[in-house]
Write a protein that binds this ligand. Structure first.
Ligand SMILES: C[S@@+](CC[C@H](N)C(=O)[O-])C[C@H]1O[C@@H](n2cnc3c(N)ncnc32)[C@H](O)[C@@H]1O
Length: 183
Protein backbone atom coordinates (compact mmCIF):
# COMPACT_ATOMS: atom_id res chain seq x y z
CA UNK A 1 0.00 0.00 0.00
CA UNK A 2 2.27 2.82 -1.21
CA UNK A 3 0.12 4.84 -3.56
CA UNK A 4 -3.30 4.83 -5.15
CA UNK A 5 -3.60 2.91 -8.43
CA UNK A 6 -3.35 5.19 -11.43
CA UNK A 7 -6.91 4.46 -12.58
CA UNK A 8 -8.23 5.77 -9.23
CA UNK A 9 -6.47 9.11 -9.71
CA UNK A 10 -7.53 9.34 -13.36
CA UNK A 11 -11.19 8.58 -12.62
CA UNK A 12 -11.26 11.15 -9.80
CA UNK A 13 -9.72 13.76 -12.11
CA UNK A 14 -12.64 13.23 -14.50
CA UNK A 15 -15.06 14.17 -11.72
CA UNK A 16 -13.10 17.10 -10.26
CA UNK A 17 -12.06 20.58 -11.36
CA UNK A 18 -8.91 22.14 -9.81
CA UNK A 19 -9.91 24.38 -6.93
CA UNK A 20 -12.85 22.17 -5.92
CA UNK A 21 -12.75 20.68 -2.43
CA UNK A 22 -12.21 16.94 -2.39
CA UNK A 23 -12.86 14.92 0.77
CA UNK A 24 -11.54 11.39 1.32
CA UNK A 25 -13.28 9.47 4.14
CA UNK A 26 -11.20 6.67 5.67
CA UNK A 27 -8.10 8.29 4.17
CA UNK A 28 -5.42 6.33 6.09
CA UNK A 29 -2.06 7.40 4.58
CA UNK A 30 -3.86 9.93 2.35
CA UNK A 31 -1.94 9.03 -0.80
CA UNK A 32 -4.31 11.25 -2.79
CA UNK A 33 -3.06 14.36 -0.96
CA UNK A 34 0.05 14.34 -3.19
CA UNK A 35 -2.20 14.62 -6.24
CA UNK A 36 -4.86 17.06 -5.02
CA UNK A 37 -2.73 19.22 -2.66
CA UNK A 38 -4.52 22.02 -0.87
CA UNK A 39 -7.89 20.98 -2.32
CA UNK A 40 -7.72 17.70 -0.37
CA UNK A 41 -9.14 16.95 3.09
CA UNK A 42 -8.69 13.51 4.67
CA UNK A 43 -10.74 12.11 7.54
CA UNK A 44 -10.30 8.86 9.38
CA UNK A 45 -11.57 7.24 12.56
CA UNK A 46 -8.00 7.27 13.89
CA UNK A 47 -4.65 8.89 13.18
CA UNK A 48 -2.61 6.07 14.71
CA UNK A 49 0.15 4.77 12.40
CA UNK A 50 -0.50 1.38 10.74
CA UNK A 51 3.14 0.51 11.49
CA UNK A 52 6.40 2.39 11.96
CA UNK A 53 6.82 2.47 8.18
CA UNK A 54 3.28 3.41 7.28
CA UNK A 55 1.69 6.44 8.93
CA UNK A 56 -1.80 7.79 8.70
CA UNK A 57 -2.03 11.39 7.44
CA UNK A 58 -5.37 12.66 8.70
CA UNK A 59 -6.78 16.22 8.77
CA UNK A 60 -9.86 15.40 10.85
CA UNK A 61 -10.23 12.42 13.17
CA UNK A 62 -13.92 11.52 13.10
CA UNK A 63 -16.15 8.54 12.25
CA UNK A 64 -17.50 8.29 8.73
CA UNK A 65 -21.03 9.19 9.86
CA UNK A 66 -20.10 12.20 12.01
CA UNK A 67 -17.86 14.35 9.86
CA UNK A 68 -16.60 17.57 11.44
CA UNK A 69 -17.50 19.54 8.32
CA UNK A 70 -20.12 22.13 7.40
CA UNK A 71 -23.27 21.33 5.38
CA UNK A 72 -22.89 21.80 1.59
CA UNK A 73 -19.14 22.44 1.78
CA UNK A 74 -17.55 19.69 -0.37
CA UNK A 75 -17.48 19.22 -4.17
CA UNK A 76 -16.26 15.62 -4.43
CA UNK A 77 -16.31 12.84 -1.81
CA UNK A 78 -14.07 9.80 -2.31
CA UNK A 79 -14.20 6.61 -0.25
CA UNK A 80 -11.49 4.20 -1.34
CA UNK A 81 -10.94 0.68 0.00
CA UNK A 82 -12.84 1.70 3.13
CA UNK A 83 -16.66 1.60 2.87
CA UNK A 84 -16.76 -2.18 3.40
CA UNK A 85 -14.97 -1.61 6.73
CA UNK A 86 -17.42 0.99 8.04
CA UNK A 87 -20.07 -0.38 10.42
CA UNK A 88 -22.75 2.09 9.31
CA UNK A 89 -23.23 2.42 5.57
CA UNK A 90 -26.64 4.12 5.63
CA UNK A 91 -25.70 6.82 8.16
CA UNK A 92 -22.38 7.37 6.36
CA UNK A 93 -24.16 7.95 3.05
CA UNK A 94 -26.59 10.33 4.76
CA UNK A 95 -23.63 12.24 6.22
CA UNK A 96 -21.99 12.42 2.79
CA UNK A 97 -25.19 13.94 1.37
CA UNK A 98 -25.12 16.53 4.18
CA UNK A 99 -21.55 17.73 3.47
CA UNK A 100 -21.78 17.59 -0.34
CA UNK A 101 -22.81 20.69 -2.27
CA UNK A 102 -25.84 20.36 -4.55
CA UNK A 103 -24.71 18.35 -7.61
CA UNK A 104 -21.55 17.39 -5.71
CA UNK A 105 -20.08 14.01 -6.65
CA UNK A 106 -19.56 10.77 -4.75
CA UNK A 107 -16.97 8.22 -5.89
CA UNK A 108 -16.74 4.90 -4.10
CA UNK A 109 -13.86 2.57 -4.93
CA UNK A 110 -14.76 -0.54 -2.98
CA UNK A 111 -14.15 -4.26 -3.29
CA UNK A 112 -16.51 -6.72 -4.93
CA UNK A 113 -17.87 -9.85 -3.26
CA UNK A 114 -15.03 -12.08 -4.48
CA UNK A 115 -12.34 -9.79 -3.06
CA UNK A 116 -14.11 -9.19 0.26
CA UNK A 117 -14.51 -12.96 0.77
CA UNK A 118 -10.80 -13.40 0.07
CA UNK A 119 -9.94 -10.57 2.52
CA UNK A 120 -12.17 -12.14 5.20
CA UNK A 121 -10.32 -15.46 4.81
CA UNK A 122 -6.90 -13.79 4.94
CA UNK A 123 -7.71 -11.39 7.77
CA UNK A 124 -9.90 -13.70 9.85
CA UNK A 125 -12.97 -11.41 9.64
CA UNK A 126 -16.51 -12.69 9.32
CA UNK A 127 -18.64 -9.60 8.85
CA UNK A 128 -17.71 -7.80 5.61
CA UNK A 129 -20.82 -6.84 3.62
CA UNK A 130 -19.67 -8.80 0.51
CA UNK A 131 -21.74 -6.77 -1.92
CA UNK A 132 -21.66 -7.29 -5.65
CA UNK A 133 -21.06 -4.22 -7.84
CA UNK A 134 -24.83 -4.10 -8.43
CA UNK A 135 -25.57 -4.47 -4.71
CA UNK A 136 -23.32 -1.52 -3.91
CA UNK A 137 -24.94 0.53 -6.68
CA UNK A 138 -28.39 -0.20 -5.21
CA UNK A 139 -27.22 0.83 -1.72
CA UNK A 140 -26.02 4.22 -3.03
CA UNK A 141 -29.23 4.74 -4.99
CA UNK A 142 -31.67 3.91 -2.19
CA UNK A 143 -29.78 6.26 0.09
CA UNK A 144 -30.66 9.28 -1.99
CA UNK A 145 -27.98 9.75 -4.65
CA UNK A 146 -28.80 10.60 -8.27
CA UNK A 147 -27.11 9.53 -11.53
CA UNK A 148 -25.76 6.42 -9.83
CA UNK A 149 -23.62 4.29 -12.15
CA UNK A 150 -21.03 1.54 -12.07
CA UNK A 151 -17.51 2.26 -13.26
CA UNK A 152 -14.72 -0.07 -14.36
CA UNK A 153 -11.18 0.09 -13.03
CA UNK A 154 -10.00 1.80 -16.21
CA UNK A 155 -9.06 5.35 -17.21
CA UNK A 156 -11.49 5.40 -20.15
CA UNK A 157 -14.90 3.87 -19.53
CA UNK A 158 -16.06 1.50 -22.29
CA UNK A 159 -19.70 1.41 -23.36
CA UNK A 160 -22.25 -0.99 -24.85
CA UNK A 161 -21.43 -4.68 -25.04
CA UNK A 162 -17.79 -4.20 -24.00
CA UNK A 163 -18.90 -2.48 -20.79
CA UNK A 164 -21.45 -5.23 -19.92
CA UNK A 165 -18.91 -7.94 -20.63
CA UNK A 166 -16.20 -6.25 -18.54
CA UNK A 167 -18.55 -5.63 -15.60
CA UNK A 168 -19.57 -9.31 -15.60
CA UNK A 169 -15.97 -10.47 -15.90
CA UNK A 170 -14.96 -8.11 -13.08
CA UNK A 171 -17.58 -9.60 -10.76
CA UNK A 172 -16.19 -13.12 -11.09
CA UNK A 173 -12.48 -12.52 -11.73
CA UNK A 174 -11.79 -8.87 -10.85
CA UNK A 175 -11.28 -6.91 -7.65
CA UNK A 176 -13.30 -3.73 -7.55
CA UNK A 177 -16.84 -2.45 -7.07
CA UNK A 178 -16.75 1.19 -8.19
CA UNK A 179 -19.81 3.43 -8.06
CA UNK A 180 -20.36 7.12 -8.77
CA UNK A 181 -23.34 9.30 -7.92
CA UNK A 182 -24.38 12.91 -7.41
CA UNK A 183 -26.28 14.75 -4.67
C1 LIG B 1 -7.83 -0.04 3.99
S1 LIG B 1 -7.65 1.60 4.64
C2 LIG B 1 -7.78 2.56 3.16
C3 LIG B 1 -7.01 3.86 3.25
C4 LIG B 1 -7.07 4.75 2.02
N1 LIG B 1 -8.41 5.12 1.67
C5 LIG B 1 -6.38 4.08 0.85
O1 LIG B 1 -7.05 3.56 -0.03
O2 LIG B 1 -5.14 4.08 0.82
C6 LIG B 1 -9.23 1.89 5.44
C7 LIG B 1 -9.25 3.11 6.37
O3 LIG B 1 -10.58 3.30 6.82
C8 LIG B 1 -10.51 3.74 8.17
N2 LIG B 1 -11.80 3.49 8.86
C9 LIG B 1 -12.29 2.31 9.30
N3 LIG B 1 -13.49 2.49 9.88
C10 LIG B 1 -13.78 3.81 9.81
C11 LIG B 1 -14.89 4.62 10.21
N4 LIG B 1 -15.95 4.10 10.82
N5 LIG B 1 -14.83 5.95 9.97
C12 LIG B 1 -13.78 6.50 9.32
N6 LIG B 1 -12.69 5.79 8.91
C13 LIG B 1 -12.69 4.46 9.15
C14 LIG B 1 -9.36 2.93 8.75
O4 LIG B 1 -8.86 3.53 9.93
C15 LIG B 1 -8.38 2.92 7.61
O5 LIG B 1 -7.44 3.97 7.70
Amino acid sequence: MHKSPEFVVNIIKNFWIPGQKILEIGCGPAFLRKVFGKDYIGTDITDRPYSKDLLRDVDLVCPSDKLFLKDNSIDVVVVKSALYLFPNHESTLKEILRVLKLNGKLLIFDYNRRTQKELMRKEGHTNYPCWTQWGLKKLIKINGFKNVALLLAEDKQPCGFERCYKLLRNEYYGTWAIVCGTK
